[in-house]
Write a protein that binds this ligand. Structure first.
Ligand code: SF4
Length: 98
């Protein structure tokens, strides 16, 4: 599958990482194809992730198939911000890794 170009990726790989807010993510998934480096995937919630959600976020997660976006290849992230831009729930932020 052709990948979108990423002219705005100015950080070296792995310096930043996308952080997905599990209370906001609805697993709609536009972040997955938006990422030029295949950092993100939509995956089922683990039992621990489900247990960590409050009552209303848990109901919301059930309504969206108990799935959410996960950063599965954080070492490839170049902080272009495309995932942040396309997320309709504003569930993704970028964090400097330490
Ligand atoms: S900022 Fe988002 S879209 Fe850009 S490389 Fe990192 S995970 Fe992929």
């Amino acid at each position: 599958m052709p990948q979108p170009s990423a002219p705005d990726c100015k950080q070296p790989p792995g310096r930043f990482e996308p952080v997905i807010n599990p209370s906001k993510c609805e697993a709609k998934g536009p972040c997955v194809p938006a990422c030029p480096y295949n950092v993100l995937e939509i995956l089922p919630l683990t039992a621990e992730e489900k247990a960590s959600l409050g009552f209303f976020p848990r109901l919301k997660a059930m309504a969206h198939g108990n799935k959410r976006a996960n950063a599965v290849r954080v070492d490839a992230c170049q902080a272009c911000g495309k995932c942040v831009e396309v997320c309709p729930e504003k569930a993704i932020t970028l964090r400097l890794r330490t």
